[in-house]
Design a protein around this ligand. Structure first.
Ligand code: PRP
Length: 216
């Protein structure tokens, strides 16, 4: 007798990435119609035919769900993966959600970065900021964690610079700020739970293979 397939669960980061991910999954015939209803307050969606489940989570929580096996597969930005540093396999660069992690500030702040001065750095990404300044630049800095609208930091005098994501650069421009240094490029990645990768190797590798073919 054929063994019942168990559900494979996807955790998708809410927002722009989720829409793009669903589009990509649809292109390999993995669909979830229920999920497209923007008015729905449901948290989990099921494709019974393919034995798949999907849920949307706050971006920083996606690697947590995947590490603990509450989701087998996750899709989230490499900024979050680096910041959260969870034990998961990063298996695929999906090629969308491209942006850059940068040190930004007023033009005058450039000087402060060149002389290893003790400066204040505001960021939603304290671990990435710490790694960049301590391990790559060998500069001791004071890191202040913020939860959003980080550009306010240098404007209201909370910090000298920020470490943040730059996509089009318009938030910076409109606020008299600019990119001072680039930390790393960012894009959406697929991550997989380490046990699921062994136990469901065949199904997961098939999905990765089909996605890789689509995006190449
Ligand atoms: C992100 C980021 C910048 C902005 C960059 O913020 O933190 O503020 O987008 O995009 P741009 O270069 O195209 O202007 P998000 O919209 O996620 O909100 P947040 O500031 O509240 O984190």
């Amino acid at each position: 007798m054929k063994e019942e397939l168990r559900y494979l669960t996807f955790a998708l980061g809410k927002g722009r990435l989720a829409d793009k991910t669903l589009e990509l999954l649809e292109s390999i015939d993995i669909t979830c119609e229920e999920m497209k209803d923007k008015n729905s307050r449901r948290l989990i969606f099921v494709n019974e035919e393919l034995k798949l489940k999907f849920f949307l989570a706050k971006n920083p929580d996606v690697p947590t769900y995947v590490e603990y096996g509450a989701a087998d597969i996750g899709v989230v930005g490499s900024d979050i993966i680096r910041e959260e540093n969870r034990r998961v396999y990063e298996v695929l660069d999906l090629g969308f959600g491209k942006c850059r992690m940068c040190v930004c500030g007023r033009p005058e702040a450039r000087e402060l970065l060149q002389h290893h001065e003790m400066i204040r750095v505001a960021s939603k990404y304290p671990n990435i900021a710490k790694d960049y300044f301590y391990n790559r630049k060998h500069q001791t800095v004071d890191i202040i964690k913020l939860n959003g609208s980080v550009e306010l930091g240098p404007i209201v005098g909370l910090s000298d610079v920020i470490v943040d994501i730059v996509e089009t650069g318009s938030t910076l421009r409109e606020n008299g700020l600019g990119v001072l240094e680039e930390v790393c490029p960012i894009s959406a990645r697929m991550i997989v739970n380490q046990v699921s990768m062994q136990m469901e190797a065949e199904r997961i590798k098939k999905i990765i293979g089909m996605l890789r073919e689509k995006i190449s």
